[in-house]
Design a protein around this ligand. Structure first.
Ligand SMILES: C[S@@+](CC[C@H](N)C(=O)[O-])C[C@H]1O[C@@H](n2cnc3c(N)ncnc32)[C@H](O)[C@@H]1O
Length: 227
């Protein structure tokens, strides 16, 4: 195949760039927070200290929930429109937040540079989850923490089947590269993290489970290396 034009590379090959979905998400996300996600964000970040890197920080809805003991947050986000929203949320945050255009696959930071990393609703969307987790493992210091809040593969066979069908048809194109059927908890453990706190919950928690409803929230400690 011949060389692709520059606009193609800019718009489609840079991991995490989904401009249309980003605009829709920026408008939807505050309503999701009001519907209950905001409290989960607070639980995600409670007790953090030191230097933190947040990957795929989107419009910055986590920023308000960082505890005062956090010395600073480096927020990494590939989507320019979300970065623009994040500027406002960073200015109102209770801790210093620096925003940077980047991706999970290339986190700007030396090995072990951070006491903790945070991902919320991101590991479903990164093109290569294993590479992203390896990069997080690299930048978190030994003994440091990975905090995660992600929607994941369903436990029930029926819902899992529906998730797979959607993943191989329309879902990633409609939802900014998102995948419904990823076993993200297994991915975190395989990347060299020991999970020490885990909550499973459904969001939204309606009468019928939806393909996006199984969620995990937790803390994992960075151990020696991948399994
Ligand atoms: C559903 S949004 C979640 C945003 C935010 N973390 C939150 O909790 O509201 C998914 C985010 O992942 C980002 N993303 C997608 N692929 C990425 C990648 N390869 N590296 C870093 N971020 C990525 C998107 O740009 C977007 O901000």
């Amino acid at each position: 195949m011949g060389a692709r034009p520059k606009w193609w590379q800019r718009r489609t090959e840079r991991p995490g760039r989904h401009p249309l979905f980003a605009r829709v998400y920026a408008r939807l996300a505050p309503a999701m927070d009001r519907a209950g996600l905001s409290g989960r964000r607070a639980r995600l970040l409670a007790g953090l200290t030191g230097r933190v890197v947040e990957i795929g920080s989107g419009s910055g809805l986590n920023f308000a929930h960082y505890p005062a003991e956090v010395a600073g947050v480096l927020a990494v986000e590939p989507e320019p429109s979300l970065l623009r929203y994040a500027v406002r949320n960073a200015a109102r945050a209770p801790v210093p937040v620096a925003l940077v255009d980047g991706s999970a696959e290339h986190v700007p930071g030396a090995d072990g540079a951070f006491d903790a990393a945070v991902v919320s609703l991101v590991l479903c969307s990164v093109p290569d989850q294993r590479a992203a987790l390896a990069e997080l493992h690299r930048v978190i210091r030994p003994g440091g923490q990975l905090r995660f809040l992600e929607h994941v593969r369903a436990d029930s066979r029926g819902l899992r089947g529906l998730q797979r069908v959607l993943d191989t048809t329309v879902w990633p194109a409609l939802a900014g590269g998102c995948h419904l059927s990823r076993d993200t908890l297994a991915g975190i453990e395989a990347a060299g993290f020991a999970v020490n706190r885990l909550e499973r919950f459904r969001f939204p928690d309606g009468p019928l489970p939806s393909p996006t409803s199984p969620h995990i929230l937790g803390t994992a400690t960075r151990t020696g290396g991948p399994r």
